[in-house]
Design a protein around this ligand. Sequence first.
Ligand SMILES: Cc1ncc(COP(=O)(O)O)c(C=O)c1O
Length: 379
Amino acid sequence: MNFNELRTPCFILDADTLRHLYRSFRDALQNHFASARVAYSVKTNANPTLLQILLEEGAAAEVVSDTEYDLASALGFQEIVFNGPVKGKEHFLKALEDGQTVNIDSKRELDWLGELPAGAQASVGLRVNVPLPDDDTFSRFGFGMEEFKEAVERIKALPNVRLAGLHLHRTSRTRSLEVYATIAAKAAAVLHAYKLEPDYIDIGGGYFGEMPGKPSFEEYAATLAKGLKDYPRARIIVEPGNALCAGVFSFLSSVLDVKEISGHAVVVCDGSRNDIDPFFRKTDYFKSFPTVEEGRPHAPIQTVVGGTCLENDRLFTLEGEPALRPGDRIAFANTGAYTMALSPLFIRYFPRVYVLESGLYRLASEQWSAQDYLNAYGI
Ligand SMILES: Cc1ncc(COP(=O)(O)O)c(C=O)c1O
């Protein structure tokens, strides 16, 4: 199938770029650490084709719910990092029994350690709350230093449980190298203060994925290596979501209609803001117009709107640009992170997904139909 045959609206997964990004991050870590793992953050985009490609490449899966744990297991991931504050007890105990990396986020999970089967040995990690220098608020995750000591003592009091690692994910606005220097320094300070010899240090996610002018995987790895130089034997885990999936998906939409309202040309598309900006926070997109030919007459002002009935489903405005027409296509690059994972069921259900591999497109999944939805209800 070629580009012109794609049916819109649709997402397109660029498989070759995904493989390239995964390998680049893995190799950068291997340049600096004796042992390192890339555990893809499933929540960021749980597209099964993307997960299968990462599994083939040898990635681990990072999950934050029982549902995601089951998804990763069903796809065949042998190595799972289980995080988050909403684990269920059954899955928590099973993950420990299966020897997965389990990072404890709350006191109730500490209580569950007492319910491990008799004779079972378990290793756990503790999520550390990480303040950042430019925080205007505090992170709600992990153990603050007020409660960390008690958590360590409770684990140490259990003869069959070993504190094997720390987890220090921190979402930041900047994704800068300073953030990772701060995280590494926090890890080193906690490990030193509690005289811990960790099997692993899990740095979490939050990296850029090969964006011009932004830190590279190599720079992130070098920054972490510098801060963690006293722990050369620890396995380093990273949990990229955005860095691996944002740039590998594009979204393709078609112009359905052009209307004239109050002196504006209103260009109606079959895609919507809900597909590519479900938080309704973006002000512009990495957009291109593959069907607009040279010399097309320009329009003074065009408001490009999505195909839902929300007044604020307005994608962008063009001033003095070629006039769009029904049938034109608009391509939005960089639409893989926190997009399709968040908007499956609004007005028009989840769109088609194609995969682009070695220059050819293939359909990975059809647009969800009304019947697909009803099937979940047995109707
Ligand atoms: C625990 C954890 N790991 C990894 C990630 C992935 O973050 P990003 O997509 O910014 O790489 C998140 C995102 O919130 C997270 O909460």
